[in-house]
Design a protein around this ligand. Structure first.
Ligand SMILES: Nc1ncnc2c1ncn2[C@@H]1O[C@H](COP(=O)(O)OP(=O)(O)OP(=O)(O)O)[C@@H](O)[C@H]1O
Ligand SMILES: [Mg+2]
Length: 309
C-alpha cells in the first residue's frame, strides 16, 4: 500500500534565485499525480527535494509521520528505500550493462541471493520490453531504451512511492501509450503513490488522479484531475490546452493587457476541455476499490460542468 506525502509551505532557492515558494500539497496514498509546468519552473528540483537530495529553505515534507527535511543522513537513507525514482537523464551507470544497472539497487539495499535478484531483474526487464538487451551498455542503446531501463531500475525494490521525471520524453507515441498503460496497471497492482512529471498533455489528461501545475515560482493549482481539466484558471487552461494565448509566454512573462486581449479572442464555443476518460487497467488487472471513490468524484464534477455549460 502506498504512503501519503504531505508537503507544507515548501520553498527552495539556489543563492538568490527562488525556484518556487510556499508549495503545499498532499499526494494521496496509492494515487497517481502528475506535475506540469513550463520548462525551468523547478519540477525536477521538486522531485529531488521530495527524495531528500536537495534541502528546502522552509517548509516540511511529511512521510509516515516524519518530516524528512529534518532527518539526518542515516535516517534519510532508510526513508529513501521507500522511493523508486527515474531521474530526467535516466542516470544509468555508463560502464555497467543493463542487467547490472537494474540489479544495482537490489545489491546495494538488500541481501537477496543472486538467483533471487535474477528473477526480479528479468521480471522488470520483461515488463518494460527489454528482454534480450541484458548485456548492452547504456551507450549502445537508444534514448527510449535507456529510459525504459531507468524505469525497470526504479521498480526493483517494490517502492511505496514512485517518482518519474519525464518518463515519456524521447519515446515514440506508441511507446508513450504503452508506458501510460504500464503506469496505470502498475498502480492498480502495487498500489504505490505516484508522482510523474511530464510535458505530454494527452498523458496528463488520461493517466492521473490528480494534477498540479507549477508556474512563476508558485504551485498554481493541485487537485483532482477533473477539477483541473474543467478549471477556468487562465494558466491552467492555457497549459492543459497547449495554447499560445494566455499568461504563459515564451520567455514566461507577458504583460497583463496582452494576456487579456488574447484571452478575449479565444473561441470557447466548442469547449475543448471535455473530460477525457481516465485510462483503465488492462484485462486481468483488478481495479482497487478506492477507484470507486475517484469515479464518483469525477462524475460529480462532470455533472457540475454540464450544468454550468
Ligand atoms: N543544483 C542546482 N544548482 C543551482 N541551480 C539549479 C540546480 N538545479 C536546478 N537549478 C535551477 O533551478 C531551475 C529549475 O530547474 P529544473 O531542472 O527543476 O526545471 P524543470 O521544471 O525540471 O525544467 P524542464 O521541464 O526543462 O526539465 C533552473 O533555473 C535551474 O537552473
Ligand atoms: Mg526537469
Amino acid at each position: 500500500m502506498g504512503v501519503e506525502i504531505c508537503v507544507e509551505g515548501l520553498t527552495k532557492s539556489f543563492g538568490h534565485q527562488v525556484i518556487w515558494q510556499d508549495v503545499s500539497l498532499t499526494l494521496p496514498a496509492g494515487e497517481v499525480s502528475v506535475m506540469l509546468g513550463p520548462s525551468g519552473t523547478g519540477k525536477s528540483v521538486f522531485l529531488k527535494t521530495l527524495v531528500g537530495l536537495l534541502k528546502p529553505e522552509r517548509g516540511s515534507i511529511t512521510i509516515q509521520g516524519r518530516d524528512i527535511t529534518k532527518l539526518r543522513e542515516h535516517d534519510l537513507y532508510e526513508v529513501r528505500k521507500l522511493f523508486g525514482v527515474l531521474f530526467q537523464d535516466g542516470a544509468l551507470f555508463g560502464s555497467m550493462n543493463l542487467y547490472d544497472n537494474i540489479a544495482f539497487p537490489l545489491r546495494e539495499h538488500t541481501r537477496k541471493s543472486e538467483s533471487e535478484i535474477r528473477r526480479i531483474v528479468l521480471e522488470k526487464m520483461d515488463m518494460v520490453g527489454l528482454i534480450g538487451a541484458e548485456g548492452k551498455l547504456p551507450g549502445e542503446i537508444s534514448g527510449g531504451m535507456r529510459k525504459r531501463a531507468g524505469l525497470a531500475r526504479a521498480l526493483v525494490l517494490d517502492p511505496e512511492i514512485i517518482l518519474f521525471d519525464e518518463p515519456d520524453s524521447g519515446l515514440d507515441p506508441v511507446r508513450v501509450a504503452y508506458l501510460n498503460q504500464l503506469i496505470v496497471d502498475l498502480n492498480a497492482q502495487i498500489d504505490a503513490t505516484f508522482l510523474i512529471v511530464t510535458h505530454d498533455i494527452a498523458s496528463a489528461r488520461q493517466v492521473p488522479d490528480n494534477i498540479g501545475l507549477l508556474f512563476r515560482r508558485e504551485l498554481v493549482m493541485f487537485g483532482p484531475r477533473a477539477e483541473l481539466l474543467s478549471s477556468d484558471e487562465p494558466v491552467v487552461r492555457q497549459f492543459l490546452n497547449g495554447r499560445m494565448q494566455g499568461p504563459i509566454g515564451m520567455a514566461e512573462e507577458k504583460d497583463a493587457a496582452q494576456v487579456e486581449q488574447e484571452l478575449a479572442q479565444i473561441d470557447d464555443s466548442a469547449r475543448v476541455q471535455q473530460l477525457t476518460p481516465r485510462l483503465l487497467p488492462g484485462p486481468g488487472i483488478t481495479r482497487p476499490p478506492r477507484w470507486q471513490a475517484i469515479a464518483r468524484r469525477e462524475a460529480e464534477l462532470h455533472q457540475k460542468e454540464v450544468a454550468g455549460a
